[in-house]
Write a protein that binds this ligand. Structure first.
Ligand code: NCD
Length: 309
């Protein structure tokens, strides 16, 4: 049995297979409408979510399966003091696969040790978000036709933004990747990532506070919101929340091949006028999330189109 806790739990070959399967599903979704018949996905969300939870649920429905779960800790027995390990032990008797989001870093990893079915980390605190990264990789692959030879700018809250942490780990495995890390001083990537990944692996990266000067050299601009819920005080959030706002004027500094990604939700960091720019890929990205999750559910449940024919 395989869980997905960290994006590095998947080899580059497995990621390539998932991307290919997702693209196959997009071509002919109806062919997949029964592959998970009789299977149940439990979504255990102890933290707010729109895209991740709903795309997981839509993915399971489109594969012919069923969905159960909760969307806030307050409506689960966590509110009565139940531990994550007990919750998962019980839910794994009701469902065939689990997607879990939790505000505590490492909670899905602990949960996976007690789960009798495959468990997917749907975001753990300020740590990781592997299925968002799969969505990002599918998007980059669809937009550029490759995952190597790209300069990737990550902009915003690189300290608490879990999607960036997983993306850096995943992209670091491809050839000729350069990272440009754009953030206020206080929101730079955590020290452990700089030491254990960027420096240790000898990656090509630079850190800057200046979005305008970085823009002309980028293939991908990965915008993120400042993660209000992870701040210790509201004053710091208010001071930092509008550090970067991508506008039409700033988009004019970038090349024609740039693609702007954002895991969403957007708060203020991309002005709405940018949405019309063909280089804005974030709504296409959100759509891709459902298809890559369909591919992932199939893989972890060990079902295939051929097996159902
Ligand atoms: C992200 C998350 O939850 O980390 N959202 C998502 O899953 N698409 C990004 C965010 O909340 O800023």
């Amino acid at each position: 049995m395989k869980h997905l806790i960290d994006v590095l739990d998947l080899t580059p070959n497995e990621i390539e297979d998932l991307i290919n399967t997702a693209k196959e599903i997009m071509k002919e979704p109806s062919a997949y409408s029964q592959v998970c018949q009789g299977k149940k996905l439990a979504t255990l969300f102890f933290e707010p979510s729109t895209r991740t939870r709903l795309s997981f649920e839509a993915a399971m429905y489109e594969l012919g399966g069923h969905v159960l779960g909760f969307s806030e800790a307050a409506s689960s027995s966590a509110a009565k003091g139940e531990s994550v390990s007990d919750t998962v032990r019980v839910v794994s008797a009701y469902a065939d696969i689990i997607a879990m989001r939790h505000p505590k870093e490492g909670a899905p990893l602990v949960a996976s040790m007690y789960s009798e079915v495959p468990l997917i980390n749907a975001g753990d605190g300020g740590h990781n978000h592997p299925t968002q990264t799969l969505t990002d990789l599918l998007t980059i692959h669809k937009e550029f036709g490759r995952l190597d030879g790209l300069t990737i700018g990550c902009c915003g809250d690189l300290k608490f933004g879990r999607t960036v942490h997983s993306l850096l780990h995943a992209m670091a495995r491809y050839k000729n990747i350069k990272f440009v890390l754009i953030s206020p001083e206080e929101l730079r990537v955590p020290e452990y990532l700089r030491k254990e990944l960027l420096i240790k692996k000898g990656l090509d990266y630079e850190e800057t506070t200046n979005l305008e000067s970085a823009l002309p050299g980028l293939d991908v601009l990965y915008m993120t919101r400042v993660q209000r819920e992870r701040f210790f005080n509201e004053q710091d959030y208010i001071r930092l929340k509008d550090s970067y706002v991508l506008t039409k004027e700033k988009m004019a500094l970038a090349g024609p091949e740039l693609r702007v990604l954002h895991p969403l939700p957007r708060v203020n960091e991309i002005s709405m006028e940018v949405d019309e720019d063909p280089r804005a890929a974030y709504f296409r990205q959100a759509k891709n999330g459902k298809y890559i999750r369909m591919a992932l559910i199939m893989k972890l449940l060990g079902v295939s189109l051929e097996g159902k024919k």
